[in-house]
Design a binder for this molecule. Sequence first.
Ligand SMILES: C[S@@+](CC[C@H](N)C(=O)[O-])C[C@H]1O[C@@H](n2cnc3c(N)ncnc32)[C@H](O)[C@@H]1O
Length: 338
Amino acid sequence: MRLRDVLVRMLRSRGVDSISTNIERILESEDVLQMMAVWIANGKASVCEGHRGVAFDLSGRRIERAKTFVGKCENPILNRDDLLKEVEKEFFPYIVIDCSFYDKLIEKEKRKLRFQIFQTLGLVRKFMWDERLIVTALDCGVGVYYPSTAQFVKEKGLSNVVLLDPFGEEVFNGQKADCYIIGGIVDKVGNKRGWTSKIGEMLRREGVEFKSVRILLRGDIIGVPDRLNTIAEIVLRVVLDGEDVESAIRNVQSRLVARWRLRKELPKLTVRVDVNGRPFRIVRKSEFDKFDWLNLERSDFYEVCSELGYIVLDDSTFEEIVKNAEWDEKKRRFVLNV
Ligand SMILES: C[S@@+](CC[C@H](N)C(=O)[O-])C[C@H]1O[C@@H](n2cnc3c(N)ncnc32)[C@H](O)[C@@H]1O
């Protein structure tokens, strides 16, 4: 469930079946009803009687006129307090970005981190509203600032806390939590392996109990995008939309990240053949179809094969070569003399 679904439910229960607005920033959004809900939850608008601007039904389809509008008025029929009260009945976690290592990043990484935090706010707004994004140890003007994650967890009295850590003890399978902590870390220079676990050590020292959870794609972190906004999106797609982890990863995965994983998978599918003494590695064209769990185009498959020096063959040609070649057990490859 996203915030929009709570708003729609409340409107339906009040007999409202259409809504409009003339707020440009809402109308520009891909999901107008969600953005209306965000504006209301952020206290910037309410639901009022009457029509203004562009009208929608409660599935988000454009219609001619509406009986209500999102904006400002004297006597709203639904405001922030009403919405937030209803929201308490549902599951909406906090996304916490812990920037304890901000000072250890180089200037370029700091810039990228601030941009990723900004993008995470955009992502949080697709599912929830601004107050669900907490940024700790860095007051960058985005999200709700707390000096430390421990202080936030203690002040809110949260007991079910998850630290998202590529080296976490558990594997992510949709575990629900009051808050998901993401390390405010950007890996551009140097070796920052294990820094998220250090955030965990700091939390433990401060008396915060948590589960550390790693997101894996078919048993491996390669192929899991590691930008903060993509990590948050994977988690929210799974825990709020009910998507399975693999589809959520595929849906946020860039082709660049998908290719990293392909590079790791491809060698297992190749066959070595010495043709007239020259070594080759061949791969069936149809192997591409096995990678529907990665966000790849066929051209990515050909490019990665060519980069790795593999020859892509029609399946029939591949079978013909293997049929006519002899298996050399010592060299663990086929030998073909033509
Ligand atoms: C760029 S990663 C930094 C990882 C860091 N180099 C390390 O080894 O801990 C930024 C953040 O994204 C989250 N993250 C990235 N990949 C993850 C994965 N596969 N599972 C869980 N969390 C992940 C973590 O919270 C991490 O702190």
